[in-house]
Design a protein around this ligand. Structure first.
Ligand SMILES: [Zn+2]
Length: 188
């Protein structure tokens, strides 16, 4: 259920920023659900992903197009079927330079950390791409899975010790599968 009329809720079951970003296109297949329909959707996603504090980051039609392009490149990379152009796309975004942490004089004259506030959607896409690079080259690279519900298609990082997680969420697809299993057993 959408909480705001006309606005689609985002999905946050992926366990990683880059994986949650791929979830902005839902039910991948013949009739996918595009959750990044307007630049405002992109701003809202960045805000809900806690990528920026304060006012919503500015997004334009151009950054929206770039965001979808990056998203699909990340999706193919995470599902193990990237083309060279996809890896170039992710790399181009991840290697952009961003303002880094700085030292400032704090109370008692000691040095304190000052984190820069990023407000440009392009900079925020760089953070998403860097998370993707980190994930693809880290210990969980082979733990990116697709939800077992046939119509769901959401990706998640399986961080369970046995590595047998099947559902994007036990509250949605997992609960539905449990209920279907129960009904099937009762029918027999
Ligand atoms: Zn699911």
């Amino acid at each position: 259920m959408d909480t705001h009329p006309g606005l689609l809720d985002f999905r946050w079951y992926g366990g990683r920023l880059s994986v949650n970003f791929t979830a902005t296109l839902g039910k991948r297949g013949p009739e996918p659900v595009e959750r990044l329909r307007t630049p405002d959707d992109l701003s809202r996603w960045c805000h809900e992903a806690s990528l920026s504090e304060g006012p919503l980051p500015d997004a334009t039609t151009r950054t929206l197009t770039q965001a979808r392009h990056l998203r699909e490149a990340l999706y193919r990379a995470l599902t193990g079927a990237p083309g060279p152009a996809d890896l170039d796309t992710v790399s181009a975004w991840s290697s952009r330079s961003l303002p880094g942490p700085r030292l400032a004089v704090g109370e008692n004259g000691t040095a304190t950390l000052e984190r820069p506030q990023l407000h440009l959607t392009g900079d925020l896409l760089t953070l998403v791409a860097r998370d993707g690079v980190d994930l693809l080259t880290g210990p969980h690279a082979h733990r990116v899975r697709e939800c077992a519900a046939p119509d769901c298609t959401l990706l998640f990082v399986d961080e369970s010790r046995p590595g047998r997680r099947r559902w994007c969420s036990m509250d949605t697809c997992g609960a539905r599968a449990k209920m279907q299993g129960y009904r099937a057993r009762r029918a027999r």
